[in-house]
Design a binder for this molecule. Sequence first.
Ligand code: ABU
Length: 500
Amino acid sequence: MSNENESNSLGRMCGWESGPDPSLHSHFLSQCLQLLIEKAVFGGTDRSTKVVDWVDPEDLKEKLDLALEDKGVTQADLLRRLNDVVKYSVKTGHPYFINQLFSSIDVYGLAGQWVTDALNPSVYTYEVAPVFTLMEIEVLKVMAKFVGYDQHDGLFSPGGSMSNMYGMLLARYYRFPQVKKRGVSGLGRLVAFSSIDAHYSIAKAAMTMGLGADNVVLVNVDDEGRMDVNHLKKCIAKSRQEGGIPFMVSATEGTTVLGAYDPIMAIADVCQAEGLWLHCDAAWGGGALISNKHKHKLTGIHRADSITWNPHKMLASPQQCSVFLTKHTGLLKDCNSASASYLFQKDKFYDTVYDTGDKHLQCGRRADVLKFWTMWKAKGTEGLEKHIDQLFDMAHLFTETIRKREGFRLLMEPQCTNVCFWYEPPSLRSERSNPKYNMLLNAVAPKIKERMVKSGSMMVTYQPLRSNPNFFRLVLQNSAVNKDDIKYFVDQIEELGKDL
Ligand code: ABU
C-alpha cells in the first residue's frame, strides 16, 4: 500500500478491540475491498496476468511473514500481508485455471459470499437465521424440482464428500433404524457398491461410519468409464454368498476424471429388485440438469433415494456449496437429530418446523445458500442454462480442435465437460511400438505441468488411470472461457512440450 495510506488511519496499530468502529476501521475495510476488487477479482481474471506467481515453499515462507507475534502490526502492514496473500495465491477465477472441478469468479456469487461473511450467520434455528432458513427451503425446493422429485427433503453441507456420507447414513438408517441408539455392532457386515471410478469419499464415508473401506465393493466400468451393471449384479450376489449385507449402491453422475455418467435407470432397476438404497453422486455432473440440451445424461435421477449435487462445481457458485437431496421426507431428522434443549426448544413462540438445524451433522453452519441464491436471482434459470450450454460447447470445441491437431490424442469421447487427452511430443510420435513408449509418455504431462505452473501461463491437471499413462484432463466450469482460450490451451501445451 502507498505511503499516503501510511500517513492516514492505516498507519495506526490494529489494536486489540474486535468491535467495528467507523473511525478506526472504515478506511481499512475499504482498502481491503479495493485490493480484492482490483487484484483478486479483476486482476486475477485478466488474461494478461499469470494464473499463479509460483514460489517454492521455503522461499514463500520467507516472503509471507507468517509468524504470529506478541505485538500486533499496523493496518498498513496488515494490508501489505493481505496483498501478498492475493499475490501468491492461485487465481482460480482466471480463465486459464482449468485444473479442478471448480473455477471462475461469479461476481454475483461473490457479492452473496461477502454479504454472508458480513452477517456471519449460523443456520440452525429460525431465530438466528430467519432469512437463510427460508432461502434454503426455497433453493432446495427448486433443485428438487429439477431432479424430478415429487416430494423431498434436503440440506446444504460442507462439500460433496459430506453429502455422500449423508447418503450412506440415510441408507443405513432406513434399513436399520436401531443403529441410531444401539450402534453398529449388531448389524452384520454391511456392504456398499460404487464403481472403480467413483469419488474416494464413498470409501471415506465407509471408514468414518464403521463399515470399513473394504466393504465398499468397487464395480467395474465399461470402456467409457460408466458402471458395468452386469458386474454390479454379480458383485451383489457374491457379497450375499459371502455373508455380506448389501444395503446401498452409489452411482456417479460425472466421474471425477473421465466425467462419465453411470446408467441410472439400469442401476435403479437393480436396486429396486435387490431392495437397495440408490444414492447418486451428481456432485460434478448434476449441473447438466439445468440444461434442456444436456439433462438427458441424468435420465432417471428422480428414482434415486438420495442425491449429491454441488453448485460450486459445474454451476460455478463460489466454494463451498454442496446440496444433499432425498425423496424420503423426515428421514434426515429421524436419522441425525439429537434434540439439544438449548437450541431446539419445543416451546418457542414460532413454528419450530423452521428450526432445521437438527437434521444436520453439524451444529454451527455457514449459510452457503446466499451466494448461490444471489447468482440464480441475478441470472435467472435461463442464465444458468446458458452457462451450462457454453461449457459443453467449449468442451466440444476443444475436443474437435485436438482431434485435428497433430500430437494430441483423445483418451475417449467426452461425456461431460472433462476432456482427457495426451500430448505426444514430436520425439515420441515414431516410438509407439517402443516397449518403453508408455513410460516415456507418462513423463510428458508432469514436465509440461511443471513448466506451465512455473511460468504461470495456465493450470490443467494430469493423472494416470488404470494402465493409461499420465494424461491431461481439461475441465470447464468457467463460462468466460471462449474460443480464443480454447486455442490458447492447445497452443500452450504444444509450446511447452514440443521439445521433450
Ligand atoms: N471433489 C473432487 C475434486 C477433485 C478435482 O477437482 O479433480
